[in-house]
Design a protein around this ligand. Structure first.
Ligand code: ZN
Ligand code: ZN
Length: 303
């Protein structure tokens, strides 16, 4: 399984001189398995470059398909979709998986990314064929012979992580999520964290954390939301993002084989990212877990 990062930022794209090395595009990760159609995790603005890179495949002449897994529908995870070249070729097919929430159908929610007020053509007029399917945390399924496990994350409006397993190799994609100690998704995000977390919420968070550790268990590559520094998390625990320390805690407990820092804060410069990576490597040294920071164009082998 080859992992390629096309977009690594959270929130909004940040082109400019401070982000040249790590890149400014929002979340989009490709998982390539020889002989199979591309697996894609999230459709942030990085998806535009992915579409161009796929010109030489069957998708370039309207005979391919893509398996796209969306963690959730915040802009930084879907905005690249109408700029993804393969959607403009009739004959291509996009299979899209996401978790439906608040009574919304996946196709209706995703189609909001292109339409009257926000894009020159309506989503329904995009030439490619779309198929939508809903996922449920903990309910595994197979796609083109790849085992997919969705799991719940702690994020406003909920987000879903995915683990992909094929031929003894595995990748887990864990974004966007708050740690599981201070606040519970859905319930406290708008008001901020409660002074004392009610016992019922603590129980639910403990269960989510346990399920997450199980989903990440022994994975070759764990890609983790590390938007915040410890100090930022203290200030904004209800924004739904994690820190390198929490990521490390989860991957250690799950005995994952490597950690990739991901969903970098938009205001983080290349130099600051270097620093965060160096600090996290130092913190991970005793565990023997290799740490990398995602950057646009980075390719890793999961095996
Ligand atoms: Zn995000
Ligand atoms: Zn989000």
């Amino acid at each position: 399984m080859r992992v390629t990062f096309w977009g690594v930022r959270g929130s909004y794209p940040v082109p400019g001189t401070a982000t040249v090395r790590y890149g400014g595009h929002t979340s989009c990760v490709q998982i390539d398995i020889p002989g199979k159609a591309p697996f894609v995790l999230d459709a942030g603005t990085g998806m535009r470059d992915l579409g161009r890179a796929l010109r030489t495949t069957a998708l370039g002449h309207g005979e391919g398909h893509v398996n796209l897994f969306l963690t959730h529908l915040h802009w930084d995870h879907i905005q690249g979709l109408p700029f993804f070249e393969p959607v403009f070729s009739r004959g291509n097919r996009l299979n899209v998986w996401a978790r439906s929430g608040r009574g919304t159908k996946i196709n209706e929610a995703v189609s909001g990314v292109a339409g009257d007020a926000v894009f020159p053509i309506r989503f329904q007029e995009l030439p490619a064929n779309f198929r939508f399917a809903s996922v449920r945390p903990g309910e595994d399924f197979d796609v083109d012979g790849v085992r997919v496990r969705p799991f719940a994350l702690n994020h406003p409006g909920t987000a879903t992580g995915y683990r992909l397993d094929f031929g003894g190799a595995s990748v887990a994609y864990i974004t966007d999520t708050s740690p599981f100690d201070r606040i519970r998704y859905k319930k406290h995000f708008s008001k901020g964290p409660p002074k004392v977390l009610p016992a019922g919420d603590r129980k639910i968070l403990n269960r989510m954390r346990r399920d997450l550790v199980e989903a990440v268990r022994g994975v070759d590559v764990a890609i983790y939301d590390t938007s915040f520094t410890d100090a930022e998390y203290e200030k904004l625990p209800h924004w739904g993002h994690s820190t390198p320390a929490h990521a490390l805690e989860i991957v250690k407990e799950a005995e994952a084989r490597s950690l990739v820092l991901f969903h970098h804060a938009p205001n983080r410069s290349d130099d600051e990212m270097d620093q965060i990576l160096a600090q996290t490597r130092e913190a991970a040294a005793g565990s023997g877990i290799p740490v990398e920071a995602a950057r646009q164009g980075l390719t890793l082998e999961a095996r």
